[in-house]
Design a protein around this ligand. Structure first.
Ligand code: ARG
Length: 379
């Protein structure tokens, strides 16, 4: 007599990747349940996640997990002085999008939502995550808006030209958005629509010569070259923005010698004696340039923080976090502003050290390996 065994479900062996993913998921789900009042029972949710991982090798965050994860990634950013408002991040759940046309269109929509007529809103747009063996598209630029003549963008400008972009020979031209759908693939390129980019022309309350230089900067710093990592899932296309602190533009972008290097120009305009360092012409030029940036954004009605106010807010943030029993990992060298450091409140103390393993986090992406001659892209 033949004897039919009921079909046994095969015992799937967990791959090391799945094990690591589940471990990361567990830490995240437990943290989420502990911090979010409305969260489901973490044991039930973790069983669900484990089942999903066993079948597909990955799992999907709920919208609430995604929003919480993105906000905590901001909270965990040791280099960010603006973290007081981490819980006010607008999270756009665009995980269903992976076509480059859709990604580009929604990056431009991101800029419009964030700009909000000058009342800048912190926003993150989260596109499709990486899946096992199937990396998701990424944005090749450092930010959604960058200028082609900024020395920091030299390689991206070269890449855009290689892809056929005809612009980028004038001052302050916005680079096209470049979306790469797979490693080694030729990126798709999109001109950023004018109505998506608010810019502020620089003027000075006392030196009209500064306006005559024709300087400008854009309103929304939207970082696009970092991955968002939550509970073991990587979102490589997840551009995010806050508002500017004046020194980022006035000291670093316009002042650094390997950026726009404008201190000698400003000094000449102010008639400063640049023959000796001891006249502190650089310092004076820096102050006036920073003043011009703050003044211009104010005049244009565009949100911008000054470094003194933002320093005080950061210390408020630390206090508030400690009331919740949380440490604030902090990189002193990034937090102290690049102007009058010791005159700001954040200079004079020590902080909880950054923890490279802390998650959720924004992480710098590894450069994707490109076949020679196709796309000479190194961030
Ligand atoms: N420092 C960068 C820049 O000058 C922007 C980094 C993010 N800054 C911010 N305020 N959220 O463009």
């Amino acid at each position: 007599m033949t004897f039919h065994h009921p079909r046994a479900t095969p015992v799937r062996r967990r791959t090391p990747e799945q094990g690591a993913l589940l471990e990361a998921a567990e830490v995240f789900i437990r943290r989420f349940a502990a911090e979010e009042p409305g969260a489901a029972d973490p044991r039930r949710r973790l069983a669900e996640v484990a089942a999903e991982v066993a079948v597909s090798g990955t799992y999907e965050h709920t919208p609430a997990e995604l929003a919480y994860g993105a906000r905590v990634a901001w909270r965990n950013s040791a280099r960010c002085i603006g973290r007081l408002y981490w819980n006010n991040l607008t999270v756009r759940d665009l995980r269903h999008l992976s076509h480059p046309d859709d990604i580009a269109a929604h990056c431009f929509e991101h800029l419009r939502i964030a700009t909000n007529n000058g009342r800048i809103r912190p926003v993150i747009s989260v596109f499709a995550p990486d899946r096992p063996g199937r990396p998701a598209p990424r944005l090749l630029g450092e930010q959604l808006v960058r200028y082609a003549d900024d020395p920091r963008s030299a390689e991206r400008t070269a890449l855009a030209r290689q892809l056929g972009w005809k612009g980028g020979y004038g001052a302050f031209e916005v680079l096209p958005l470049m979306v790469q759908t797979a490693p080694g693939r030729r990126p798709e390129m999109y001109e950023v629509p004018e109505d998506a980019v608010l810019e502020v022309p620089l003027t000075h309350p006392r030196y009209p010569g500064i306006a005559a230089l024709g300087l400008r900067w854009y309103a929304v710093p939207a970082v696009s070259d970092m991955s968002l990592e939550i509970g073991g899932i990587t979102y490589p296309a997840a551009p995010f923005n806050g508002w500017y602190m004046g020194t980022e533009i006035g000291s670093r972008n316009l002042g650094d010698t390997d950026r726009y290097n404008l201190l000698p120009v400003i000094a000449a305009l102010l008639g400063l004696d640049t023959r000796s360092e001891r006249t502190l012409w650089r310092d004076q030029a820096l102050v006036e340039l920073n003043l011009a940036v703050l003044h211009s954004f104010e005049q244009a009605g565009v949100t911008m923080a000054d470094h003194h106010t933002e320093s005080t807010r950061f210390l408020t943030h630390i206090e508030r976090e400690s009331r919740h029993g949380r440490r604030v990992p902090t990189d002193w060298s990034w937090i102290v502003p690049p102007l009058s450091g010791s005159a700001t409140a954040v200079f004079h103390r020590y902080y909880d050290p950054p923890d490279p393993d802390l998650r959720p986090a924004f992480l710098h992406r590894e450069p994707s390996p490109e076949p020679p001659g196709v796309c000479p892209y190194h961030p």
